[in-house]
Design a protein around this ligand. Structure first.
Ligand SMILES: [Fe+2]
Ligand SMILES: [Fe+2]
Length: 303
């Protein structure tokens, strides 16, 4: 693998179970997975680990023999790990790797019927910005896929990347504000509200995304009734994919744990979006999203 694997033991504490130059055989993998033990890597090997995941995922999705569940599982994990890496400190190399990964995730979703639902069901609900970024990307892609299937001409790769990168501007927000375990005061809120514009500037600086797709980043906190930020523009002036992003963004925020409040169910989140946030969202799009989520979770209940 090029990096070591470690496990915790009762007697000897954390031990090396596979050296970087040792072959990772199916036998070792089965033993590790049967033991149920958590496997660790060294912090300094994060980059090597991530590169390994990226190349495994590329190989896997181009192989038609890979089952969709397995591809989705790896796709979700590699997306989270890479988004963590990008959001930590965006640079050209990381941003381009993220872009190419999202392309592959998009191809997986467009190419296989069951892939989107499989990815959505894997969604975690912690409060990390990188988990949130992936979830918003995936929720939004469900709507974009439907639009493409209906014949709309949409650059799903670029818009998909924009959904994953919608909060990239948070990489410039003070960590104390980002992780504050409670509501923000006025100054902190003003700082936080700069992230759509900061994200847009990062996209321009690194020349990522098409100009219309960059609007998804800069407009994802705008609301159809003009109550959003940074500019308070109305529905017709908000890009349609930014309106998709707003729905996916709020839905994921409500259904994920926050340092100061636990998550609520998908049903309660959709109910709140319909009844308590009247005028915020693109209504036909919200209705469509509600149907999509209902169908996905009803299938799960019956399956
Ligand atoms: Fe945001
Ligand atoms: Fe967000």
């Amino acid at each position: 693998l090029g990096f070591g694997l470690y496990c915790d033991t009762l007697k000897a504490g954390r031990i090396l179970v596979l050296a970087p130059d040792q072959k990772f055989t199916p036998n070792i993998r089965d033993q590790l997975s049967r033991s149920g033990a958590s496997v660790f890597i060294l912090d300094r090997d994060r980059e090597a680990y991530l590169r390994h995941l990226e190349s495994r995922f590329s190989a896997m999705i181009t192989d038609p023999a890979t089952d969709t569940q397995t591809a989705a599982k790896l796709g979700y994990e590699v997306s989270r790990t890479l988004m963590e890496h990008v959001l930590d400190q965006p640079d050209l190399n990381k941003i381009h790797r993220g872009e190419s990964l999202v392309r592959q995730v998009v191809d997986l979703i467009l190419g296989r019927d069951e892939a989107w639902a499989a990815l959505i069901r894997l969604a975690r609900h912690d409060y990390y910005t990188y988990t949130h970024s992936c979830n918003v990307g995936l929720f939004g892609l469900g709507l974009l896929k439907e639009q493409v299937q209906e014949g709309q001409d949409l650059d799903v790769h670029s818009y998909g990347t924009a959904l994953f990168y919608h909060d990239i501007g948070k990489s410039e927000v003070d960590l104390d504000i980002l992780n504050k375990p409670g509501p923000l005061d006025k100054r902190e809120e003003e700082e936080m509200q700069k992230h759509p514009e900061q994200g847009y500037q990062i996209m321009v600086k690194f020349d990522v995304l098409t100009p219309p797709a960059r609007l998804v980043v800069s407009q994802h906190h705008e609301r159809c009734d003009g109550s959003g930020y940074p500019h308070g523009v109305l529905r017709e002036d908000i890009h349609s994919v930014a309106r998709v992003c707003a729905i996916a963004d709020v839905f994921d925020a409500l259904t994920s744990d926050r340092p100061y409040r636990p998550r609520i169910s998908a049903f309660s989140a959709l109910k709140a979006m319909h009844q308590e946030m009247v005028g915020h969202f693109d209504q036909p799009m919200l209705a469509r999203f509600t149907r999509l989520m209902a169908k996905t979770f009803a299938d799960k209940a019956s399956g």
